[in-house]
Write a protein that binds this ligand. Structure first.
Ligand SMILES: [Zn+2]
Length: 162
């Protein structure tokens, strides 16, 4: 792999006007020196340049899906919000189909939308979070309901809701 490729991540080449959110998109894999594979996925929850989840809701989704996706996706490493607030990067050991990732994401968002109480949101105090005042389970729930109503596609360009 040339350094040129490394300097321009695949995500920066995506045409954000062509995608149809909500979707799960496989971005790329990275291979470590011992042959281990790490996969990177684009979990796009809202349409780029049309919607953006407010920070309180996104922050609460972030804390909550960290636990929910770890329980549902073998080899889960991390799930971090995009700065544009339209979704998350998901990192995993090994490779998973976008269908399986989309199904796990759907279950996680269903839990937040219809079952979660404040006790299900981890790490919301001054010691465990870097901005503990900026959480909203209400906002998280309402945005998860909207995303679920639209359906989560396993393909970024053609709607294939799981
Ligand atoms: Zn936090």
């Amino acid at each position: 792999m040339s350094e040129e490729i490394k300097l321009e991540p695949e995500s920066f080449k995506l045409d954000h006007t062509k995608v149809k959110a909500p979707y799960v998109r496989f971005i790329d894999t990275e291979k470590g020196p011992n042959g281990d594979i790490i996969s990177n996925y684009d979990l796009r929850l809202v349409q780029p340049n049309e919607d953006a989840i407010p920070t309180g809701g996104l922050h609460t989704i972030e804390h909550t899906i960290a636990v929910l996706l770890r329980e549902r996706i073998p080899g889960y490493i991390d799930c971090s919000p995009f700065g544009c607030r339209t979704g998350f990067h998901l990192l995993t050991w090994g490779e998973h189909s976008t269908e399986n990732v989309a199904k796990a994401l759907k279950e996680a968002l269903e839990f937040i939308a219809y079952k979660a109480t404040w006790d299900d949101v981890p790490a919301t105090d001054i010691k465990s979070c870097g901005n503990y005042r900026d959480h909203s389970l209400f906002s998280a729930r309402e945005w998860c309901k909207k995303i679920l109503e639209e359906g989560i596609s396993s393909d970024p360009y053609v709607r294939k809701a799981v």
